[in-house]
Design a protein around this ligand. Structure first.
Ligand code: BDR
Ligand code: CA
Length: 304
């Protein structure tokens, strides 16, 4: 059996973040080194609480390191914006709970750099929220750029419209400056954007079936995703985009995606702020297509 991929998930849980993290807890091809948290779907204190709660739920004995409370340059958005999508506490209608676990002393950027230093060339960083912590790790730790193996981020919309503006996807919209730094860093980077994540949806029936098979984790995801799926249904879709799970799966099963190597940049101001622009900038990998049935099958069958 090949060695599992050492991975850090940088996250703002978040309904689909919860899907991604619980998935990762079941996927034996992933060795989860820790979670790092960032503002985004909820303020960072709630993101940390929610990440710890997911560790409680999945019996994940891993460090959780809190990160940035605000974007690199911009002022944070009003939390009420994201609350309309993920609920005020992050897991839709599921009420908040005080976790049993506690976060690390070390913050997110330092934790990323220490892990990359401990396992040079081996750690995949999967960023599924605004990419602020990753840019901070690059700024703070000169060795991080060489030690980290790969950055895979959920964000952007290369050849399709955005989801917060006609141009921009939510994660890149919130901190485009951080993404610009990551793209310019020279670290091999793979973008898993709306181009592929909107092709892979999970319906109410899918989550009900998951809940039947795995009452703990599936049941939690079914409850958490109730209103989230409703938002997609109101737009005429049959289910929610599996955004963050797609990024985690791309880390270990890139062959499910059609990937191109292209210059990539991000718009930092004006009407198109947060837009990811292929054709300009540093070389990056972009997921252009996905075998959606296979990705969906892998996600839903991983829970046993
Ligand atoms: C991304 O934005 C957040 O709302 C989700 O958790 C996901 O990371 C989708 O655009
Ligand atoms: Ca997210």
């Amino acid at each position: 059996m090949p060695k599992p991929t050492k991975m850090i998930i940088d996250t703002d849980p978040g309904v689909d973040d919860a899907m991604a993290i619980l998935y990762a807890a079941h996927d034996t091809s992933i060795e989860l080194l820790g979670l790092t948290t960032v503002f985004g779907n909820v303020p960072v204190e709630k993101a940390t609480r929610n990440a710890l709660r997911l560790c409680d739920l999945a019996d994940l004995e891993i460090p959780v390191a809190e990160g940035a409370a605000k974007p690199s340059v911009f002022a944070p958005l009003d939390p009420a914006e994201a609350a309309r999508i993920h609920g005020a506490e992050g897991f839709g209608p599921v009420p908040p709970e005080t976790p049993q676990r506690t976060p690390t002393e070390e913050d997110a950027a330092d934790f990323m750099a220490s892990m990359a230093r401990r396992y040079p060339g081996e750690v995949t960083l999967c960023a599924i929220g605004p990419i602020t912590n990753v840019a901070e790790a690059l700024r703070r730790h000169a060795d991080f750029v060489d030690n980290i193996a790969k950055i895979i981020f959920m964000g952007g919309a290369a050849y399709v419209p955005g989801n917060v503006t006609p141009y921009a996807e939510a994660n890149t919209y919130q901190d485009p400056h951080a993404l610009a730094e990551v793209l310019a860093s020279g670290v091999p980077t793979l973008m898993v954007g709306l181009d592929v994540t909107m092709q892979t949806t999970g319906s109410r029936d899918d989550f009900a079936e998951l809940a039947r098979r795995h009452p703990d984790h599936g049941g939690f995801l079914e409850r958490a995703s109730d209103a989230y799926i409703g938002i997609y249904e109101a737009r005429g879709l049959t289910g929610c985009g599996l955004h963050d799970p797609a990024a985690v799966i791309a880390c270990v099963k890139p062959d499910l995606f059609e990937i191109t190597q292209e210059p990539l940049s991000v718009v930092l101001d004006g009407e198109q702020v947060g837009r990811t622009l292929p054709g300009h900038g540093s070389e990056a990998q972009i997921c252009r297509g996905v075998d959606a049935p296979k990705l969906k099958k892998r996600f839903f069958s991983m829970f046993g």
